[in-house]
Every structure is written in C-alpha cells, then in structure tokens.
Design a protein. Sequence first.
Length: 206
Amino acid sequence: MKGLLVSGFAAIGTGTGAMLTLHAEAGLDPFHSVISEYAWASGGWLLPASLTLFALGSALIAEALRRAGTDRRVVWLLVAWGTCMFLIGAFPTDRPGVPLSLSGGIHRYAALAAFLAMPLAGMLLVRARMRYAPAMKVLCGVALAALLMVVVPYIVRMFGIPLENTDIPAGLTQRVVVVSELAVLGLIGFSILRQRSQGGRSSILA
C-alpha cells in the first residue's frame, strides 16, 4: 500500500510541477485567466499532461483507500474526480469568443463534477472522524465557497443579468478550488500513511 501512496504523491507532485511550469511560460494573468485558457498559450501541452498526472495520483490513492477498507463512496468519488481530471485535459475548452462545442461542453461539465466530487469525499471522511478531520473540513469549506464564486457568474449570465460592474477574479477563485481540492487529496493520502506507520490498522479514522 505504501508503494501506491508514494507513486500517487509522485504523480501529483509532478503534475503540480508541470502546472507551475505552464503558468510561468504562458504569461497570462492568473487572477482573471482561468486555467482552461492555458491550453491555447505557450506550452499548452503541459495542461493535459498535468491533469492526467493528477488523475493518476487520484486513482492510486483511491486504490490505497479501497485496500484500507474505507467507505466505498469515498473511493468512487476519488475515482470520479480523477476521471473528470482526465476528461478536462482530453477535451480542451473552446477558444474565447467561440460558441460552445462538444469538447467545450464535456470540459465544462467534467470540471463541475470534479469540483463537487472531492469536497463530497472529504466531508464523508470528516463525518466519519478521520484523521486530520478539522483541517479537512476547512479545506472542503474553502473549496465549496470558491466553487460557488466560480459558478454563480455563469448562472447569472444564463438569466441575462449583466455583470459589467462586478469584477470577480475568476482565475483566482478557480485556483483556490483546485489547490484546496489537491490539499484534500493529499490529506487523505497522509491519513493512510499514518495508519501504516502505526501498525497497519485497518482504518484511517482517528
């Protein structure tokens, strides 16, 4: 199981490095440019590479959870998160100003599903009083609050309400969601490592 976790953390760490490299090369405004737009910037290939590595890391940690006997709902939520990460990378968003395409639609709804799946997995573990539950609860709350800030402008525009006077930093709020959800995934993995270090107990609960 330790091998799964180490490999999972390595994949997530490498994916994070790829994402940071992409941000450094692209030269876009991270406060207002959403991550999806980086697919069309310099070094854009790093975006699907990074997301695929996140998906791989999530799958490895999910398998470690399964072997640890964790609630299967949590395992499947991590699998769903990883699958959505892969789809987000495989189906790029549309260029700015272009009508929504099939690829853009898959990208958009896969992102929404992923952003919901990880906080749900975290809250299930919080309710079960897992190790690091207080930190997990805070991270899930931050992720959901930031997600709300990301989603609300889209909903408002669907009803034809203009937002010209509201400068919501979509790029910043989206990055808060991604970083907090990666942190949730990391805490889940660390909870299993702690279990193993304390004699291989069959539960990740405190």
